[in-house]
Design a protein around this ligand. Sequence first.
Ligand code: BTN
Length: 253
Amino acid sequence: MKKYNIITIKEGISSNEIAHELANYDDTPEFTVVNLLNQTKGKGRGTNKWFSELGKSLTFSIIVYPRFLNSQLSFYISKLTSIAVVEALQNFSHKIKIKWPNDIYFNNKKLGGILIENCFENDKITYSIVGIGINVNQTNFPSELPNPISLLQITGDNSQLINLENTLYKIIRKFVKWYTILKNEDHNGYAIIDKTYFKYLTGRSKTIEYKTNDEKILKGKIISVDEFGFINIKNSAGIVLSYNIDEIKLIKF
Ligand code: BTN
């Protein structure tokens, strides 16, 4: 049985914004997907914008109600979404990976971004808006983007455009699968998600370089990403340092 329900909208500012409005109605079912064909002012993490191109990219948001999840563990939604996207795109290349915390990368280029916005009540998450943007058939990008890439550029075959709808369905099906693992499998689901996230993480167990907020460039090995989303990096002296997303930027991975 199909568990999700896609609402396709021609044009709007941001699929996340539309999804927030829907989530505030009592009768919006879980796994309602807002598929925005022309997103005019996509939001990225922090103050970033997300660029997309009508007919050539995917910009959509999935509504879920993870009331079973303690608010401190909200990073699991990020983890499972990144896994779902990477798994759905493995047939294009096994080099498609997660870049901590939840970017989708091919080598050192950005293929997709995820913006999760949670609504909390006490220590519970009442709803999450899982916003996903994927570069699919673009061949040109705005010059201000530092390192974009599309699925079409990965396949290297410009004559064979990639079907947007099929790619959307694949990602949603994987999302439903991984969300259900988190929801139904007691604590084992958390362990499976941790393991799979680490398996798909770019730079894992390699020496990487990162920049701290005080502009220091440091090196170390990523040894894990914990349940709160902190990255643990072991330096050459064997000391493990733990950072959250606002504290460092990965530069070579
Ligand atoms: C990032 O890399 O900073 C996150 C980008 C997230 C972009 C997606 S596109 C669909 C959804 N709607 C938005 O406005 N943003 C997210």
